[in-house]
Design a protein around this ligand. Structure first.
Ligand SMILES: [Zn+2]
Length: 152
């Protein structure tokens, strides 16, 4: 048996060509929202902004609580705000400090919520003061559970 047999080929986002343009205006909106983050415990301010099919923009910021499990991510606040306004998100931007030297992507919970409310074609932008990158939700959460609305 070959020594490499059984090894899986791993493709990371870094292997993908950058074919999605960064929406700098939406990243700027997320950066502005970041200024409203309530983060007395982690000091890790995060801001988000969602653009919808109707052309509206909804901000979000990380909001923590002394009961730590009650914290809510910036992305979900923006996604929920769009949903209760009857709007379907088409793009999501997230701005924060880097983690381990890399731009910070949305957490798994936020990706799952985004899949439910926006669908797998949602474009996700992440940025900081030094740069930004973009991807599709289908690349970030390729095997997410089907939603009730998708009939899966
Ligand atoms: Zn999250």
């Amino acid at each position: 048996m070959h020594a490499d047999a059984g090894k899986r080929q791993v493709m990371t986002i870094d292997d993908e060509p950058p074919d999605i343009a960064v929406a700098t205006d939406l990243v700027d909106a997320a950066s502005h929202a970041r200024g409203f983050a309530y983060v007395p415990y982690s000091r890790f301010a995060m801001g988000a902004a969602v653009r919808t099919a109707g052309g509206r923009t909804f901000p979000g910021a990380l909001v923590e609580n002394v009961s730590l499990g009650l914290a809510m991510c910036a992305e979900r606040i923006a996604l929920f705000s769009a949903a209760v306004a009857g709007e379907r998100p088409t793009e999501l931007a997230l701005v924060s400090r880097r983690t381990a030297g890399e731009l910070t992507w949305p957490c798994g919970a936020c990706l799952q919520v985004a899949l439910e409310l926006a669908g797998s074609e949602l474009i996700v932008h992440v940025g900081d003061l030094d740069g930004a990158r973009s991807s599709r939700l289908s690349e970030l959460l390729p095997f997410g559970p089907k939603t009730v609305l998708s009939g899966g």
